[in-house]
Design a binder for this molecule. Structure first.
Ligand code: C5P
Length: 232
């Protein structure tokens, strides 16, 4: 197996207003985590998968992974306080599982982007192998965005034509990413910024509207619509 995938699912999901951690909220009869893993299970390429779950949901995540992934291809570990800590836990578990040292590419994916199509995973992995760079799926910016002073004063309105909205899965050469996260400062909310901070190039590929990060109750409604249009 050459492809490793870390699915981070250890967030609390407070903004969704649900009692469950976000990845365990249901969408059309299955949890967000189950949807995310289903897209991974449909990939043509075999992948070794690590799910990073809240510590109180490791058993539930193990049951879901066991249902969706081929036997022996999935591991579940507990996450950390920040997303970056959860990613680091996932990378460590992936390295431990890769006894043959065969992994060349790692993809890091938010379980909250539950409806990301399999084609996006394949597109990112292919581009990592072709370029050796970090790869992030992106869409053009629709809104106008400004930098503020952190309060109510606008300091700079950005040139929208140069902005992109970043999604996941973000892909990297495995060994280079491991080294980058081991040496990273704290506070990264995104994996490409960890990789870029270590001095590597990052390029974009085309993202997908279905990869929206399900964060608010309204996002969940949008995701229900996307699922219904797909036919369930
Ligand atoms: O909170 P945010 O929207 O940035 O979360 C993005 C993804 O990272 C979600 O899938 C969430 O479950 C995951 N996450 C995590 N560990 C944390 C925080 C977030 O795995 N401590």
């Amino acid at each position: 197996v050459r492809l490793g995938i870390v699915v981070v699912a250890a967030g609390s999901g407070t903004r969704l207003g649900a009692a469950e951690p976000k990845a365990f909220v249901e969408l059309g009869g299955a949890t967000l985590l189950e949807h995310a893993l289903t897209a991974i299970a449909r990939l043509d390429e075999e992948a070794r998968v690590v799910v990073v779950a809240p510590s109180i949901r490791v058993d539930a995540a193990t049951a879901i992974a066991g249902r969706v992934l081929a036997p022996g291809y999935g591991t579940v570990v507990a996450g950390g306080a920040e997303r970056q800590d959860s990613v680091a836990a996932g990378i460590a578990a992936l390295a431990a599982a890769d006894t043959a040292g065969a992994l060349d590419v790692v993809l890091i994916h938010d379980a909250a982007r539950a409806l990301t199509p399999s084609t996006v995973f394949a597109r990112v992995a292919e581009r990592v192998r072709a370029s050796g760079a970090g790869v992030v799926p992106a869409l053009p910016m629709i809104d106008t965005v400004a930098e503020t002073d952190g309060a109510d004063t606008v300091e700079r309105v950005a040139d929208r034509s140069r902005l992109a909205v970043l999604q996941t899965p973000q892909g990297f050469p495995f060994a280079a990413y491991r080294a980058a996260i081991a040496g990273a400062s704290t506070g990264h909310t995104d994996d490409t910024s960890v990789f870029a901070a270590a001095g590597h190039d990052v390029v974009t590929v085309t993202g997908d509207e279905a990869s929206l990060k399900i964060t608010t109750p309204w996002d969940l409604r949008r995701a229900e619509l996307i699922l219904a249009e797909r036919g369930g």
